[in-house]
Design a protein around this ligand. Structure first.
Ligand SMILES: Cc1cc2nc3c(=O)[nH]c(=O)nc-3n(C[C@H](O)[C@H](O)[C@H](O)COP(=O)(O)OP(=O)(O)OC[C@H]3O[C@@H](n4cnc5c(N)ncnc54)[C@H](O)[C@@H]3O)c2cc1C
Length: 426
């Protein structure tokens, strides 16, 4: 087992870090100033153009064809780059590797027809437009997508949508042109297969009847690109805007979420590394009761625990990235991705909480990235599925593995009575 990133990964990581140091870090304070004012930073387009010229573009799309812009890397090769992007959380967008567009590109690449690819995938790959994925709804528990109520009805050669969505990331961005909307197929019997009852519809955001009701703050942080509430009032689009098959929505949403989840986790590792580094700096210089904080045993414990937990999580993330690159049974992959999604969200809130404690009151202020990063970690424990749903997925996979091998051998029991009574799963 080789724990070194491949030469390709190292080479691109080096280029990305040099680019970030030279072009992005000097803009960091300004980026935050704009974000606090609810504005999209005006320098983003020119930074994106520079990154694209350097080939630092679409790095998260292993399937990228030679005629498409950017540099395709395997998921495993991309992981260290995503970690580096996590340290400067707005930088993923500079490299066109940000959510939710990376997930939309994955979905369109796999399932769009030629006309849909030309209309939406090509401009997303070129960074000319942005997209948003509208699944969650205020009126139903959206962690179970079979609950979703927004409807789509066939109406001649059109599709007609009605419903409400919320927390739609990216819908307030001025370049957002496309909504991928998860809809319940209207007019089908309720007893129909719950996993075949939804479809995905491509909706240009400017279609009459699409209303962006508000941009929802996440624990007082307002993202300029938005986590928006939407109303869809009789939205009419051509029938050709259906993505893949009628009723395939549930399965397609899973396709979209797998790489998206792993990218979030990779960036989380970088965010935690940054928090740990800042906490160490602070502990080495801040004095209290006659000594620096770094000499307090509890501070040493926090630093050591964070170090160990980050390293554990990184290994799990790299393993999941490697799995995604291999031909794997989908259930296995789902369990691997659920596992890292769980670990990453929990890691982030723990590591950030310790770093904030080391910083004292300043850790809660907008003067460091810590408060924002903690908030993001907390959100990560809900977005793309809450922890409990991922725990359920891991447990189900574990049970099915045990069932598949017929349970543990009776020989493990230590008395003849128990050996005779041992459960038989076959
Ligand atoms: C910052 C942010 C960005 C987001 N971006 C998007 C986006 O772009 N597009 C989009 O569609 N959605 C987005 N979401 C919404 C997110 O995907 C949902 O919040 C999430 O799926 C949970 O759905 P819910 O809020 O309806 O919670 P509910 O489904 O109401 O669940 C509430 C709680 O019930 C518990 N629970 C649920 N199921 C189980 C179970 N099986 N076992 C045990 N406990 C369970 C969990 O504790 C869960 O937290 C975003 C959310 C946030 C915070």
């Amino acid at each position: 087992m080789d724990f070194q990133p491949s030469p390709t990964s190292q080479q691109w990581l080096h280029r990305l870090q040099a680019f970030s140091d030279r072009w992005l870090l000097p803009h960091n304070a300004a980026w935050h100033r704009h974000a606090r004012a609810g504005e999209i930073a005006p320098f983003m387009p020119s930074l994106r153009e520079l990154a694209r010229d350097e080939g630092l573009w679409n790095l998260c799309l292993p399937w990228l064809a030679p005629h498409e812009p950017g540099t395709p890397l395997s998921n495993l090769d991309y992981a260290p780059l995503a970690e580096a992007m996590g340290r400067l959380h707005w930088s993923a967008e500079v490299f066109n590797c940000h959510a939710p567009d990376s997930g939309t590109m994955e979905l369109l690449h796999r399932h769009a027809d030629a006309a849909q690819r030309e209309a939406w995938l090509a401009p997303l790959l070129a960074g000319e437009i942005r997209s948003a994925f509208a699944m969650s709804e205020p009126d139903v528990a959206s962690s179970d997508p079979t609950n979703l109520q927004t409807t789509v009805r066939r109406d001649g050669d059109a599709l007609l949508l009605h419903g409400r969505k919320w927390f739609v990331t990216g819908a307030a961005h001025p370049d957002c042109r496309l909504l991928v909307v998860v809809c319940r197929n209207a007019g089908e019997p309720v007893e129909a297969d719950a996993h075949a009852a939804h479809s995905l519809v491509l909706v240009p955001i400017a279609t009459p009847g699409v209303h962006v009701v508000r941009n929802i703050a996440v624990m007082q942080h307002l993202a300029p690109e938005g986590h928006c509430e939407l109303r869809l009032d009789g939205v009419r689009v051509p029938a050709s805007n259906l993505l893949a098959a009628w009723g395939a929505g549930f399965a397609l949403a899973q396709v979209r979420l797998a790489p998206g989840r792993i990218h979030h986790c990779m960036r989380t590792i970088g965010q935690c590394e940054l928090a740990l580094e800042l906490a160490c700096d602070r502990a080495l210089e801040r004095r209290s009761f006659g000594r620096v904080l770094a000499e307090q045993a509890n501070v040493q414990d926090w630093i050591a625990q964070s170090r160990v937990e980050i390293d554990q999580a990184r290994l799990l993330v790299l393993h999941a990235a490697w799995s995604l690159d291999q031909p794997q049974p989908p259930e296995r992959l789902r369990a691997d991705i659920s596992a890292i999604k769980l670990v990453a969200g929990r890691l982030q809130t723990q590591v950030l909480d310790r770093a904030i404690q080391v910083f004292g009151a300043m850790g809660l202020s907008p003067d460091t990235p810590l408060a924002w990063l903690w908030t993001w970690g907390r959100a990560l424990r809900l977005l793309d599925g809450p922890d409990e749903v991922h725990l359920r997925a891991v447990a189900r996979h574990e049970f099915s593995r045990v069932r598949a091998r017929g349970g543990a051998s009776a020989a493990w029991f230590t008395t003849p009575e128990q050996m005779a009574a041992a459960p038989r799963l076959r």
